[in-house]
Design a protein around this ligand. Sequence first.
Ligand SMILES: *[C@@H]1O[C@H](CO)[C@@H](O)[C@H](O)[C@H]1NC(C)=O
Ligand SMILES: *[C@@H]1O[C@H](CO)[C@@H](O)[C@H](O)[C@H]1NC(C)=O
Ligand SMILES: *[C@@H]1O[C@H](CO)[C@@H](O)[C@H](O)[C@H]1NC(C)=O
Length: 426
Amino acid sequence: MTRLQPGFYLSVLITLLFLVQTVFGILRYSDLSCSDFVPRNVDSGNDNGQDYAQYYGSSRFGEGGSWASRYRIRNRYGKKLVQKKRSIGGLGEGYSNEPPYKISVTGRRYRRNSDLLVRIEGGDFDGLMVQSRVVAGDDVLRGGVGLIGQFRYLPYLFEYSPCFNLPFATVIDKGRPVKLGNVSFIWTAPDAEAGDIRFIASVLRGIHYWIIVSNVLSFNPFPISTYACGSSMACFRVCPYGAYPCTAAEALLIFSYGVDFRDKSEITFTLGGRLHHNRTYIAVAFGDDLSKLVQADMTVCYLERGRARMEHLLIENLQLPPYQHNEVIDLDDFDVDGKMLWCKFRRPINPSTIINPRTSLYHFYFSGNIDYQYQRFVLPSRDRIYHSAFKRNFSHAFNEIVSGTGVLSSEIWSSFACFALVKLMH
Ligand SMILES: *[C@@H]1O[C@H](CO)[C@@H](O)[C@H](O)[C@H]1NC(C)=O
Ligand SMILES: *[C@@H]1O[C@H](CO)[C@@H](O)[C@H](O)[C@H]1NC(C)=O
Ligand SMILES: *[C@@H]1O[C@H](CO)[C@@H](O)[C@H](O)[C@H]1NC(C)=O
């Protein structure tokens, strides 16, 4: 209510600025806007264009954003404005309306190399600039550092601006004299983990612009990176027939963990596998006995009503249903990506258990069915259980990749060959 008066000044100012703008040309985003998201006056050819721009300083956070941080950001730009243009100082800070635009992103996490849909919603506008940046505290516009990912398939009236020598990380409009509105962009995440990120847009309408930010998106570690497999990680994966070697995302079954034990009190394991139906479980087991899995330590992960669950079991031998192990293993993180279930869990390094650098065991990898009526985890027959080529200790890095048909032990191969021969003869 006390804002009425500044509001009045504001409209007077807008008119004045509008006159200034029509005299000096139009505002546009360009590579001059790379770090501050401020549209510049393109026709006057100098850097002063920003002084004609009205900065409201409102920024919108998603549901996760707090008023406190919103205020801080507003304040920050309020101050900046005071420095830049004394005559309208304070207006930026006092303006309290929600910006008329919103930037929304599909999902709350981003995966390596995967796409997200980024949408600018609201009424129509004249100009737009969008970037994705690594979150650095409260500082939304940390100067240029941390631009991340690439935009792809730009709508027709948009182009890239090569900010900070990154050719595909910033999108601006082409400056056509048309009304833009409700645009979407496809953004592809980088190949590596980049921590928390968010999208920032500056939306220009007339002589006003709004800087809006998306929810913070955290990194989704799945599918895991296989980059360090064989050097600092132990990895095993089963590739589909005809796709060898496959990526982690393509694998039918995959298991990995870091082998660097120094300064660590636990090992973090990741198990991933295809779900054939809603009763599939995926499992890894460690044991001494190659043929019957006698006393193998088994960890199983499965999906129940959209959430992953993990259980620790002991296989007495393949003929018996596995028993519940007395040591609980907690699921740390999980993800479902299409038909792929990812489960991450930790186990303490303990010389009195199998989880220690010295014990050498065979690794078994398999998936099976849950029988909700009778015996919970039905163990598959031996020929459907993949196993490591050798006994492994947990400090040994390896990278074992097998083909979906060739997992099987040599006996199976020969019976397969026999079968093929018989088929051929008929
Ligand atoms: C954007 O979408 C909303 C709802 O989806 C619609 O009401 C609005 O008119 C659209 N704006 C433009 C500029 O197309
Ligand atoms: C699995 O799916 C079937 C139908 O597709 C459904 O009837 C059943 O309840 C589901 N089971 C679980 C454990 O979600
Ligand atoms: C673990 O296995 C590797 C390879 O077989 C071997 O070189 C290493 O000495 C073993 N480490 C321990 C602590 O037994």
